[in-house]
Ligand binder design. Structure first.
Ligand code: HEM
Length: 364
């Protein structure tokens, strides 16, 4: 497997249609992992290319545009304020991981999907199986994914019969209008969104809170006073803190459909490429300063943390909005917020493709 780390080369791999995802699971491809998870499912959006990918992505795209997310913003703000009210009512100290970092995206995804009564435990279990690396056996992961897909297929059938205003009804209608989208692909998309919408934002919010409260508490005042500043800080932290750590397959995986040159090196058809977005985001020829000095400064070049090209993160605007609002409102509500443990005492959620603290004990 080739490892690509320069900013320009990683961008090239992500933007160039000759580097594909569907070939990762072609018949001649060796298994890249002993425990395939949601990211390896051949029927998932992330593992499709060209026309098949475009057809499924079109079905879902318009809900997640900047305009679509702008419409959602007032609801997200209210939901976050409600969670802060609950934290305040329960009183200090609290676990900010369960009570906030996980609760924010859970509330948003439940609202989007119209599944208000979906229990946190169930959501958490699905996500744990779906992003499991070595934390579960292959059989456990497969069973967890089957359960998630059954839930998604049932939900789609329910919304087809009685459509509402939610994302799942919109997806079912858009797929019917467009035609040619297999039912299994649509169920996979719904399941994928349930997990991606919950796990990524929870991870990023948890890691950001640990860093801010544990190492940079001086930024809290500015965070509280301006939501634009909170947006800039969130973007910088997404840029600098990877969602997870996977030394065997860092970053975004692709397989070459044709012989292609990257950075002067020939990658032959059929060979695998790991485009390491974390390394590219620290490429000193592009990001010249000390990246952690001014957390509110705009980035010198666009971050690659959300990928690039056709598989560019679908949830980018939703993730950005949640991180900005969640960080801003939390700092404004609890000016004296601080961790009650030292950073080095943090226990981590490990053996999954994303990594975040298990708990964030804090007081105000
Ligand atoms: C800070 C939070 C997030 C980060 C850092 C992130 C990162 C990424 C990256 C790097 C990719 C591209 C992977 C590749 O090309 O191999 C991606 C794709 C994707 N993301 Fe996100 N993501 C985030 C939040 C979300 C959210 C909230 C959702 C859903 C609501 C979401 C849904 C997706 C989907 C569906 C894809 C696949 C798109 C496609 O294949 O066309 N993501 N994300």
């Amino acid at each position: 497997m080739w490892l690509v780390t320069r900013y320009s080369d990683v961008r090239q791999v992500l933007m160039d249609a000759r580097f594909q995802r569907s070939l990762l699971s072609a018949e001649d491809a060796p298994a890249l992992t002993g425990t395939p998870n949601l990211l390896d499912a051949p029927g998932g959006l992330i593992n499709m290319d060209c026309a098949e990918h475009l057809r499924l992505r079109r079905v879902v795209q318009r809900v997640f545009t900047p305009r679509g997310v702008k419409r959602l913003r007032p609801w997200v703000e209210q939901a976050i304020d409600r969670l802060l009210d609950e934290l305040e009512e329960r009183g200090s100290p609290a676990d900010l991981m369960a009570g906030y970092a996980a609760a924010v995206p859970n509330a948003v995804m439940r609202h989007l999907m119209g599944v208000q009564d979906l229990e946190d435990d169930r959501l958490r279990r699905w996500a744990e199986h779906a992003v499991s690396d070595t934390s579960r056996s292959a059989e456990e992961v497969a069973a967890g994914l089957r359960n998630l897909m059954e839930f998604s297929a049932d939900l789609l059938a329910e919304r087809r019969a009685a459509p509402g205003e939610d994302l799942v009804s919109t997806l079912a209608q858009a797929a019917d209008q467009q035609g040619g989208v297999p039912k299994a692909h649509l169920a996979n998309l719904v399941g994928g969104l349930v997990v991606a919408g919950h796990d990524t934002t929870m991870t990023m919010l948890g890691n950001s809170l640990l860093y801010i409260l544990g190492e940079r508490p001086e930024v809290c005042q500015r965070l509280a006073s301006s939501k634009e500043a909170a947006g800039a800080l969130a973007e910088r932290l997404v840029h600098l803190i990877p969602l997870g750590r996977n030394p065997e397959k860092p970053g975004c995986l692709r397989r070459a459909a044709q012989d292609t040159e990257i950075g002067g090196v020939l990658v032959r058809a059929g060979e695998f490429v790991a485009a390491d977005i974390g390394a590219a985001n620290r490429d000193p020829s592009v990001f010249t300063g000390s990246p952690f000095d001014d957390l509110f400064a705009p980035l010198e070049s666009p971050t690659l943390s959300f990928g690039g090209g056709t598989h560019y993160c679908l949830g980018i605007w939703l993730a950005r909005a949640q991180l900005e609002i969640a960080l801003h409102r939390l700092a404004a509500r609890f000016p004296g917020l601080h961790l009650t443990i030292a950073v080095r005492e943090t226990e981590w959620r490990l053996s999954t493709t994303t990594r975040s603290p298990l708990r964030l004990p804090a007081a105000w």
